[in-house]
Design a protein around this ligand. Structure first.
Ligand code: ADE
Ligand code: ZN
Length: 356
């Protein structure tokens, strides 16, 4: 909870989350519980793995994206059966519900599981089970996005895309889009043109991490060569005026993750992010948690609060951010209309009483 007078509004806003890696919702507690259940031996040469508290401490001092990813990939080694994936996703959905998420579009990393012998169907069925339950018990709608890992060869992404189970999940609409994540700097987006072209032929939605640690130029090549509909992070677009204008003109949504950027040392503090500049330039963006279990257990509302404490936005500006998040979502038009209606009823009194 933040000290802002508009905290109750922030809590109640019907939020759309577009940038959350389900594997990044694996808390140290759940990690240890699943490791014990599945008899997975955690690394013995790293004292951080001695206890959940040790991991909590270690997660406070990541010095880069790659330092975090090292722990992220070890962490997911405890996920074996469909129930484990369901447990993980359900844990995220309950936090999301508490924070006022109405709709979310969640990432998964199939190659990271298939590469250690876990079937795509196992991963998918666990996540699907949790999604169904989230809709019926929590009223949260969701979509699933399969990310390709940019530290693996582009041919690996293509081979994964071509697997029958993967193609079937796209064709059936169980997975509506593709993304690109993992280590950014040495792996520019254009390396992955072939798999994105295949995604385009299948009518999939497309997004890619770009401009997190990598340069603004990666945002441009993601747009030009991968034909993405949105950009994950994208904060370094601020270094290129022409590109910033293009992102605004083309209504490209940036899925910004403020607390993640601080934990991974992209910026020193949330106040260093270009939030005010994005608003002034008419850039559409949403605010997201990225890997909440690794970044201080800060889910979406904590990210909204961190932005509010740094930028002291008005109620009208928050409503505009939420409107942009709904417009930029990949849900049905009918669902968007429901979300707009909820936003209108929540925001109405605030917009008429001015900012507290
Ligand atoms: N913030 C991030 N950037 C790139 N890849 C990721 N995978 C999980 N979180 C990520
Ligand atoms: Zn991410």
């Amino acid at each position: 909870m933040c000290k802002s007078g508009i905290h109750p509004l922030l809590q109640r806003l019907p939020k759309c989350e577009h940038h959350i890696h389900l594997e990044g919702a694996l808390t140290p507690q759940v990690l240890f519980t699943l490791a014990a259940k599945n008899r997975i031996e955690l690394p013995t040469d790293d004292p951080a793995f001695a206890s959940p508290e040790g991991l909590v401490e270690r997660y406070r001092e990541f010095d880069s994206l790659d330092d975090f990813l090292h722990y992220y990939y070890i962490g997911m080694s405890v996920l074996l059966d469909a129930g484990d994936f369901e447990t993980l996703a359900w844990d995220y959905f309950t936090h999301a519900a508490a924070d006022g998420v109405a709709h979310c579009e969640v990432f998964m990393d199939p190659q990271a599981h298939m590469g250690r012998g876990i079937g795509y169907d196992v991963v998918l069925s666990g996540f699907q089970q949790a999604r169904k339950r989230a809709e019926s018990e929590l009223g949260i709608t969701s979509e699933l996005i399969a990310c390709f890992l940019r530290h693996l060869p582009p041919a690996d992404a293509v081979a994964t895309f071509e697997q029958d189970a993967v193609r079937e999940s796209f064709a059936a609409g169980h997975v509506i889009g593709i993304g690109l994540d993992s280590s950014e700097k040495p792996f520019p987006p254009e390396l992955f043109q072939v798999v994105y072209q295949k995604g385009g032929f299948m009518g999939l939605k497309r997004t890619a991490h770009a401009g997190e640690e990598g340069p603004a130029a990666y945002v441009r090549t993601a747009l030009d060569t991968l034909h993405v509909d949105r950009i994950d992070h994208g904060v370094r677009v601020i270094e290129d005026d022409a590109l910033l204008k293009r992102v605004a003109d083309e209504n490209i949504l940036l899925s910004v993750c403020p607390i993640s950027n601080v934990f991974l040392k992209g910026v020193q503090s949330v106040a260093d992010l270009p939030i005010r500049k994005f608003i002034d330039a008419g850039v559409r963006f949403s605010i997201n948690s990225d890997d909440p279990a690794y970044f201080g257990n800060n889910y979406i509302l904590a990210n909204y609060c961190a932005v509010q404490e740094a930028f002291n936005l008005t109620a009208a500006e928050w409503v505009a951010i939420c409107e942009g998040s709904i417009h930029g979502s990949w849900c049905s038009q009918k669902r968007k209309e429901e979300l707009f209606e909820r936003l209108g009823s929540v925001s109405h009194p605030w917009l008429h009483q001015g900012d507290a």
